[in-house]
Design a binder for this molecule. Structure first.
Ligand SMILES: Nc1ncnc2c1ncn2[C@@H]1O[C@H](COP(=O)(O)OP(=O)(O)OP(=O)(O)O)[C@@H](O)[C@H]1O
Ligand SMILES: [Mg+2]
Length: 505
């Protein structure tokens, strides 16, 4: 609303009154529209969105309340103010029930009208802000993605912002984290949706055929080129070219790719004719691209040309409760596909699923769930249906109590609290880290006893692991957190200790 002028629809049958309201409001930066009956108001509302409606209760063809009912039933994003006259105040209460946010009684002054309209606009603005915040932070489904973790909300927000631009997107992430899903989401949220999305796997195509795969070839240009062929670059014209596993591309071809990206033009294999296309590039790798540059396997100039908008897809073990959300999602999907009746997981089997680190990420999770469904029958997945390596974990966990699977928001705020504690107390707090697990001081008696929260947390976790004979899944279950939380914290502590050691040197 801040970026455009607010729009007001005045619904008033008396021309004199309508002109009076216009004169009251004309000095303000509002777009003002006047209609003189209910039907014209409904027609205007069908065509245009108004921020505020000023509705006279007595209209020639209908009651002003009918306009309010229309707004409410169509969930229009407009705030309504009802104008009543002497004797029609009783309608005001009813009007509120139909969603009016305020009413003013005739006759009223210019300042009274302006204040009422400004209040209505302010409340409209707040509602819009709340809705935007909710849309941005509570998305559990986004394009092809399932997941409501904070880490994935960040990914969704970058995709939202990057999609409409032509800037090159560089997606990184471990195998099976959804890099292709991400590339497709960028394409389908861009104006190129409806034009081709061409994916080329640079790792799967033999080196000598790669150039022809990208740029195409003429008949007879090499042995086996028995007919002319269009390459991916040409097929992706006006659409998106997804270069998957980009770090696997041969160094010689990287030079040609760089030229193509810079100019948008290329030559087919065996041709001297230059072709020009309009392509948006998205690329992906499960390697660390900078390490590939350092090792001389990936050209630095190409890296900087491609690395415009980086998106990193977090591994599944860092997505908190998305793991269970995804497991339930695939269980329901594959149960239908395989015509089985599985409805959910037993609490113990969910603990085991949560305890595993999922190195193959979502693809591995899909395979495990498919395996369970194909090889078993029933309506609940029990822990004895879990295939290796999860069945080994199930034995390790023994009879530990089952931690409740908290709703995503609880974990969200918990993980935000934790990261705040870690950032807030940061490396500076490492001046005197206490690592002994034998004398843990939970409750300080004096101000000098107070130690950074992360140190106390580290001690508690380390003590729990020691008490469980170094069995991290068991310690995690006792602490009612997922093992991935412990692994992640261990990494954070190591990083902080390294940083602290570097400072001391
Ligand atoms: N967040 C998600 N929600 C639902 N399905 C997902 C999600 N992420 C990935 N998938 C599914 O998991 C599978 C693997 O995803 P994808 O192929 O995009 O991963 P990748 O990172 O490209 O893996 P690789 O590096 O092995 O090529 C696909 O079937 C995809 O649809
Ligand atoms: Mg892939």
């Amino acid at each position: 609303m801040a970026s455009r002028e607010a729009s007001i629809l005045i619904i008033e049958d008396s021309q004199t009154m309508a002109e009076l309201y216009l004169s009251y409001l004309e000095s303000l930066p509002y777009g003002l529209t006047v209609v003189s009956d209910g039907q014209s108001a409904l027609d205007a509302l069908k065509k245009t969105t108004f921020d505020v409606l000023l509705v006279d209760i007595h209209l020639p063809d209908m009651n002003g309340l009918d306009v309010l009912k229309f707004v409410k039933s169509n969930e229009l994003p407009s705030s309504s103010i009802v104008i009543t006259s002497n004797g029609s105040v009783e309608y005001a209460v009813e009007a509120m029930q139909y969603g009016a946010i305020d009413f003013i009684e005739k006759p009223f002054s210019a300042s009274r009208l302006i204040t009422t309209v400004q209040n209505a606009l302010r409340s409209r603005q707040l509602e819009t802000q709340i809705k935007t915040l909710k849309d941005n932070y509570e998305r559990s489904h986004f394009e092809g993605f399932v997941g409501s973790s904070l880490a994935m909300q960040r990914v969704y927000n970058i995709i939202d912002s990057a999609a409409p631009s032509k800037a090159t997107v560089f997606i990184t992430g471990e195998s099976g984290t959804g890099k292709e899903v991400c590339a497709e989401a960028i394409h389908s949220l861009s104006q190129r949706k409806g034009k081709p999305f061409v994916a080329l796997n640079c790792g799967a195509i033999p080196k000598d055929l790669m150039e022809s795969e990208i740029f195409g070839h003429l008949k007879g240009s090499f042995t086996g080129a028995i007919s002319p062929r269009q390459g991916a670059a040409e097929r992706a014209h006006q659409g998106t070219l997804f270069l998957d596993e980009i770090c696997e591309m041969d160094l010689d071809l990287q030079v040609k790719l760089l030229r193509f990206i810079q100019t948008g033009s290329f030559q087919k294999v065996g041709s001297s004719e230059t072709k020009q296309v309009d392509v948006r590039f998205v690329c992906a790798t499960n390697r660390d691209p900078l390490k590939e540059v350092e090792a001389g396997r990936f050209r630095e100039d190409l890296y900087y040309r491609l690395h415009v908008i980086p998106i990193h897809l977090p591994p599944l073990r860092d997505r908190e409760y998305d793991l269970i959300l995804l497991a339930r999602h695939f269980l329901s999907l594959y149960s239908k596909e395989e015509t089985k009746g599985f409805k959910g997981f037993s609490p113990k089997s969910e603990v085991v699923i949560n305890s595993y680190s999922w190195p193959g990420n979502i693809r591995q999770l899909q395979n495990v769930i498919r395996n369970i469904i194909v090889l078993n029958d029933g309506d609940m997945v029990d822990e004895d249906m879990l295939p290796p390596p999860l069945n080994g974990l199930s034995r390790d966990l023994g009879d530990v109590p089952i931690p409740p699977v908290a709703p995503p928001m609880a974990e969200l705020s918990r993980s935000m609290d934790n990261s705040a504690a870690l950032v807030g107390n940061g490396p500076a707090a490492l001046v005197n880290p206490v690592t002994s697990t034998s004398q843990i001081q939970f409750k300080p008696d004096t101000i000098d006893d107070i130690r950074p929260l992360w140190i106390t947390e580290k001690e508690v976790i380390e003590k729990a692991i020691a008490l469980c004979d170094d069995n991290i899944p068991q310690a995690a279950a006792k602490l009612e957190v997922s093992p991935s939380t412990i692994y992640r914290k261990k990494q954070q502590w190591d990083a902080m200790e390294d940083e602290n050691a570097a400072k001391e040197n």
